[in-house]
Design a protein around this ligand. Structure first.
Ligand code: MSP
Length: 655
């Protein structure tokens, strides 16, 4: 009988800088699911890769004095080295610069054009270069900046191709609200309210201002919008409209696309629309997770807060890092990366919990029976509950994997580890070992423990693939013993199993010493990473790369910038971002709302002089009226208000 197919994908990553721990989450999660499904007997296709086109890459390459292809080639090697180091078992790696992908993207674009879903028009809108995204005015944040990265956007105007989105709005709304496509489902309402209810706008799907992309085959001035190029990877990698592969019919539709929340919109709206337009079946699930944060910020190159995964895996091994990131991250939520949490987890769950369970059991089998258990048995009622917990484990973990709930799957397995350690306390084998008449009982207890460890370790292997084979070696389990079909049964190890004492699986770490050393190392590596960033990435230049169109002095004169003094300030209720400032403006005073609550406490601002736009049309933000805008700069360390020298009187006009 042929195996059932299972297709899982990570996003394809931008090779615009070195990979970091933030990139590891999705890949490790998908790898664990892929390994689990392989263990269950599925024919798995696990796809990852790199998204290599776009203005950002073109600019980076130019700054480095190399061609874009040369630039990405170097970084792709680093991604592959990281996946190797994290023991990632991808089946296929796609690069959007691969010829077959380019060919397919051109055909997809042409097909959408021929079907009338793509048409030529003129684009005028706000573009965020770092995110390669166009935004409508209503989507910009309260400072008029990109809602994703909060950097300034630039007005872009050009001839462009558009994709009609409205024909798909109803079907997409149903997909999000009425099906199990989006996980967690709680995000569906937010998407529908923000993007579909206000009217799904046509999408600009080509660019003419840079060259590094897939040329539109019938209009070579244009390159295909990077997201159309990138999303297509999920089908081109299987051979859709190309001859490089031929497993599209086997694996499409995908079982799981896994992405982080910042790219959910593209996968929840644009991707289904593309597939609907191509008359292709829709993927079964889109699993959306949060970000790995560091001190509350998304871990990313440009924030300079990046943990070098190579350093971490060298110190603790890939399995410990995989365990830490998978164990902390719940579907949908952010999770913070912390050296302390990671080391405490290694100590508590891996060294004390699992490691100790294996080493104690193997050591006792060795001490009391010279390594080989006798076959005499003596059962006791206390065994039943332990066995029931172990037997319930495989179905429970299967269920969580099917729901892409990895954190819960691991929690379930570690509950069984705790139960096994409790079973040792309940049965006190060290006491049985002192009494010759209790040998059969002792052999039974140790056998139950070894067989329990067999099931636990086999279910853990997809998450921690490096260490588990060492456990099997120690408990005397054969390859067959740890096969999936044997994980729902007790009593699979031979009755006279022989254990082999081996190395400590997870050495205990001296927390204080390690944290001090690690912090020093990581600070150095973060400083190195930051020093390698260009000025723009560090946020040292406030201007967007693409300047807004030129204006005359008369245009500028329309903006009234004035000096004011903050007399009172408080947080806006119902908003974590907004502060409400009372300004002495030399004209009787006014109230201004500003999106700087993350960066300033009210007391930091009271008494300070600021610049503000005095003739901005009033608006209401989170129910609070705002009459103007405080001027601030975007920097690598966040938003900074432009304070004014105290000698300048309030009300002064700035020109
Ligand atoms: N190239 C696009 C994806 C195209 S998929 C058709 C892209 N690339 S990316 O490299 O910027 O990000 C890829 C994925 O990594 C995204 O899901 C992104 O959110 C995720 N992560 C990047 N930093 C992350 C964290 N700090 N934490 C968790 N995920 C993170 O977007």
């Amino acid at each position: 009988m042929s195996k059932k197919p299972f297709y899982i994908t990570t996003p394809i990553y931008y090779p615009s800088g070195d990979p970091h721990i933030g990139h590891c989450y999705t890949t490790t999660a998908c790898d664990s699911i892929a390994r689990y499904k392989r263990m269950q007997g599925y024919d798995v296709m696990f796809l990852t890769g790199t998204d290599e086109h776009g203005l950002k890459i073109e600019q980076k390459a130019a700054a480095a004095g190399v061609t874009p292809k040369e630039y990405v080639d170097g970084i792709v090697e680093k991604f592959k080295a990281l996946w190797n180091c994290m023991n990632i078992s991808y089946d296929r790696y796609i690069r959007t610069t691969d010829d077959y992908h380019v060919e397919s993207v051109q055909k997809i674009f042409k097909e959408l054009y021929d079907k009338g879903y793509i048409y030529k028009g003129e684009y005028s809108g706000k573009y965020c270069t770092p995110c390669e995204s166009f935004w409508t005015d209503s989507q910009l944040d309260e400072n008029g900046c990109c809602p994703e990265c909060h950097r300034p956007v630039a007005l872009a105007k050009e001839e462009a191709y558009f994709m009609k989105m409205s024909p798909f709005a109803d079907r997409i709304e149903k997909l999000l609200l009425d099906t199990d496509y989006l996980r967690p489902k709680t995000r569906a309402v937010e998407l529908v309210n923000n993007f579909i209810k206000p009217g799904l706008e046509d999408l600009c799907v080509s660019r003419t201002t840079f060259k590094w992309g897939v040329p539109v085959s019938f209009d070579e001035e244009h390159v295909v919008y990077v997201w159309i190029d990138a999303l297509s990877n999920y089908i081109t990698a299987l051979g859709y409209l190309n001859g490089a592969h031929d497993d599209f019919d086997t694996f499409w539709p995908a079982d799981v696309h896994m992405v982080a929340k910042d790219i959910m919109r593209f996968h929840a709206i644009i991707w289904p629309a593309m597939l609907m337009a191509l008359d292709l079946p829709l993927p079964k699930h889109l699993a959306v997770h949060g970000w790995i944060t560091f001190n509350g910020e998304k871990m990313s190159k440009s924030l300079g807060n990046v943990i070098d995964p190579f350093i971490l895996s060298e110190r603790y091994g890939a399995d410990a890092i995989r365990y830490h990131i998978l164990r902390e991250m719940a579907l949908g939520a952010d999770s913070s990366f912390s050296n302390e949490i990671m080391i405490n987890r290694i100590n508590a769950d891996l060294a004390n919990g699992l490691g100790n369970l294996v080493s104690r059991t193997v050591a006792m089998a060795d001490k009391y029976f010279g390594g080989t258990l006798p076959i005499e048995r003596e059962a006791d009622a206390v065994d039943d509950d332990f066995k029931a917990v172990i037997l319930g484990l495989c179905p429970a973990v299967d269920g969580y994997i099917d729901e892409t709930k990895i954190k819960q799957a691991l929690e379930e397995i570690f509950k069984a580890v705790d139960r096994a350690n409790k079973y040792i306390d309940e049965t006190e084998p060290w006491k049985l070992g002192k009494d010759d008449s209790k040998k059969a009982r002792l052999a039974t207890v140790l056998y139950n423990l070894l067989d329990g460890i067999r099931i636990i370790s086999a279910l853990l292997a997809p998450f921690m693939p490096t260490v588990m084979p060492k456990v099997w070696e120690q408990i005397g389990a054969s390859e067959d013993d740890v096969k999936y079909e044997n994980l729902g049964k007790f009593g699979v190890l031979p009755e006279n199993v022989t254990v082999h004492k081996g190395e400590i699986l997870f050495p205990r770490i001296d927390v204080e010493k390690e944290i001090a050393e690690l912090n020093e190392l990581l600070e150095k590596s973060m400083a190195d990473a930051k020093s390698k960033l260009s000025a723009d990435e560090k946020g040292e230049t406030a201007e967007p790369i693409e300047l807004a169109p030129e204006i005359t002095i008369d245009d500028f004169a329309k903006v009234e910038l004035r000096v004011g003094k903050v007399t009172a300030c408080e947080k806006v209720k119902k908003s974590s971002k907004l502060l409400c400032l009372q300004i002495d403006d030399g004209m009787g005073g006014r109230q201004v709302v500003s999106g700087i609550a993350k960066y300033y406490k009210p007391e930091d601002l009271i008494g300070r002089k600021v610049q503000f736009v005095a003739n901005l049309k009033p608006c209401t933000l989170c129910g609070t009226e705002s009459n103007g805008m405080i001027c601030a700069a975007d920097t690598a360390d966040g938003v900074k208000v432009i304070f004014v020298d105290d000698s300048i009187p309030v009300g002064s006009k700035i020109r």
